[in-house]
Write a protein that binds this ligand. Structure first.
Ligand code: AMP
Ligand code: MG
Length: 398
């Protein structure tokens, strides 16, 4: 899947639209930050040699605020009142914090009560960023602090991969999503609500294609339409061995498909393929319909591929695994599959990451999974014991 889900073509993106996108090229700084030498504190601009044996009384010859030009010089025996961010006046080599001074209003003077080394309180030009520095490399996702950095040195746009547009649809004659009373046999649609959000959380734009009935023509129409305008398609339901598994039937006809039985539980049935739309090959992730299977297969299989399309390298396309301590016995029988149990990971007072597991692990029991924050990898075999170490994939840092 990763080899078929390559990064989308990058283009220049304005600063205000960069948040959450992945940079396609390294960004270098066009300007230095700070652009000029300035004061880090509110206080008095002095010559450090004037205050070597405090207290020292200096004549206050002016005032400099942030945004002012430094038109005053600090001659021997004088000081300039200065506010954070103001440029350093000529002759000054240190700033004394206002807390270490006492103003003598009547004589335009100040008593400096401490000595300061040369350079004290002064932020040098370029001490944050030097012009030409590589700020960020390709493959990095833009966060809020990075937007601040880019603004600080006047980067107004950068080359980034677009957010993949991902169509999300669910299939099933039994599904109801309009709040109407359920007839026997019907259930409330839930996967699409969840998947639209998971897709967005993965850094993509999710596009709601609604519920499609178990009807081949209707499904074909929706899939072709989605392929025209989207970069990828996520479907739920209809990929297993039932007679009305229409996703399987339709995609077998219109797409280049890989049907999979993956040796994992939940989410054994899974489909991946591509629909050709013009010159583009649009990947389709056919998730199984059981809600927990949809969730787990999205996390483990679809999400890394979608994030690769968004420009992420493997390190950030995949979530990280952690070594965890089991609080409970994990009972299972050998069935040739790796089990991914939904668990709650937390920092124990022993300083290690522990996991608790609920018993409701069947693939229709989404409620027991909804507040978990990790998938525990339970290798094929006869289970594990409380106190054992294991691997868990973390949805979010514990
Ligand atoms: P399927 O994969 O279509 O055979 O569906 C497997 C199970 O998941 C069935 O019990 C379906 O009713 C249920 N299911 C399928 N799609 C959804 C959905 N979007 N929301 C909730 N349950 C679903
Ligand atoms: Mg179905």
């Amino acid at each position: 899947m990763l080899s078929r889900c390559t990064r989308l073509t990058s283009s220049p993106v304005a600063l205000e639209d960069l948040y959450g996108l992945v940079l396609a090229d390294a960004v270098t700084a066009p300007e230095s930050v700070p652009p000029f030498e300035n004061t880090a504190v509110d206080g008095y601009a002095v010559r450090s040699s004037d205050v070597v044996s405090p207290p020292a009384t200096l004549k206050v010859v002016g005032e400099l605020t942030a945004g002012a030009a430094p038109g005053i010089a600090v001659e021997p025996g004088t000081a300039v009142r200065i506010m954070t961010g103001a440029p350093i006046p000529e002759g000054c080599d240190a700033i004394v914090m206002v807390e270490d001074t006492e103003r003598l209003e009547d004589v335009d003077g100040v008593v400096v009560k401490t000595s300061v080394p040369a350079g004290a309180g002064i932020r040098l030009a370029g001490s944050d960023i030097k012009r030409g520095d590589v700020l960020f490399s390709a493959g990095v996702e833009v966060n809020a602090a990075m937007l601040g950095v880019l603004s600080s040195c006047n980067v107004r746009s950068a080359s980034a991969h677009p957010r993949p547009r991902v169509a999300v649809l669910s299939t099933g004659d039994e599904l109801v999503d309009d709040g109407s009373p359920l007839h026997i046999g019907q259930i409330r649609e839930s996967n699409r609500t969840m998947l639209l959000r998971l897709v967005a959380d993965a850094g993509c734009e999710s596009v709601d294609y609604g519920i499609v009935r178990d009807d081949e023509d209707a499904l074909e129409r929706v899939l072709r339409e989605a392929a025209e305008t989207c970069d990828a398609i996520v479907t739920s339901g209809g990929v297993s061995m039932g007679d009305y598994d229409v996703v399987k039937l339709v995609l077998s006809r219109i797409a280049d498909m890989r049907w999979m039985q993956i040796a994992m539980k939940p989410a054994k049935p899974f489909a991946f393929g591509e629909i050709t739309a013009g010159t583009r090959h649009v990947p389709v992730f056919g998730l199984p319909g059981n809600p927990v299977s949809s969730f787990v297969s999205f996390e483990l299989l679809a999400r890394p591929a979608l994030r690769s399309m968004a420009g992420h390298p493997a390190t950030t396309a995949f979530r990280s695994y952690a070594t965890v301590i089991l609080d409970d016995d994990i009972q299972r029988k050998s069935d040739g599959k790796v089990h991914f149990d939904r668990v709650f990971a937390y920092w124990h007072q022993d300083g290690r990451l522990h996991v608790r597991r609920s018993d409701a692990q069947a693939s229709h029991q989404l409620s027991a999974s909804a507040q978990t924050n990790a998938l525990l990898e339970v290798p094929n075999g006869n289970g594990m014991k409380a106190g054992d170490t294991a691997r868990a994939l973390l949805f979010r840092p514990a």
